[in-house]
Structure formats: C-alpha cells, structure tokens
Design a protein. Structure first.
Length: 124
C-alpha cells in the first residue's frame, strides 16, 4: 500500500511539473522554410505573392482538390484573404491573410485554422 501511495505521489508531481512548465512556454511560433530556385528573385516573388498561385503547391490543396475556396480583396496586395473549407477530415477549414509584402524580400501571412473535429479549437 505504501508503494502504491508513493507511485501516485510521484505521478502527481510529474504532472504538476509538466503543467507548470507549460505555463512558461511560448504560445506563438513561427515557421520558416528555405528552398533554392533557379529563377530571378523578383520572378519568384511575383509568383508567390499571389495567394491563389500558392494552391499549385499547397499540401492541403493537393490532399483535397474538391475543397471550396473563396477570396476577398485584390490578390497580391496587403489585406487579401484566401479561405478554404473541406469535407475531408485531414484538411482543416481556414484562411490566410496577406499582412505584409516587401518587394522581393518577404511575405507575412496570418493563418487562421479551424479544427473540424472540435470547432472550439482555433489556431492562429
């Protein structure tokens, strides 16, 4: 009985340490990927700044080619929104918004994903 009590106390301590550690972890994260393309920088930037073009190499668009896509604004300009919805469980409903565009330097997008299985879970 004493051993069982010690095991329960140790497990509770481990769970408590994990929960306390989780309070101090960052809640936001950034994803950065790099690839070398044998084209002029401006030509590549002029292609990817249009969010509609990103469907040509999007993992999610390839997983469900029948997904519903909607657009708001002028593609390639700040404020443009590209949204999608899918009946496939592997593809989430969501949108992306072009927040910043520096000529041939960077694109900053905001992704907003809504989990189909639990609509209360929202990731931005």
């Amino acid at each position: 009985m004493k051993i069982l009590k010690k095991i329960v106390i140790v497990l509770l301590l481990i769970v408590a340490v994990l929960l306390i550690t989780a309070l101090f972890l960052k809640k936001d994260y950034a994803v950065k990927r790099e690839i070398t393309i044998n084209k002029p920088k401006q030509e590549v930037f002029d292609y990817i700044k249009y969010l509609r073009n990103q469907n040509n190499f999007s993992k999610w668009a390839m997983m469900d080619p029948l997904m519903t896509k909607t657009y708001q604004g002028t593609d390639g300009t700040v404020g443009f929104i590209s949204a999608w919805d899918s009946k496939a469980d592997s593809v989430e409903k969501g949108s992306r918004k072009l927040l910043k565009s520096k000529k041939a330097k960077e694109l900053i997008l905001k992704f907003d994903l809504l989990n189909h299985l639990n609509p209360k879970i929202r990731r931005t």
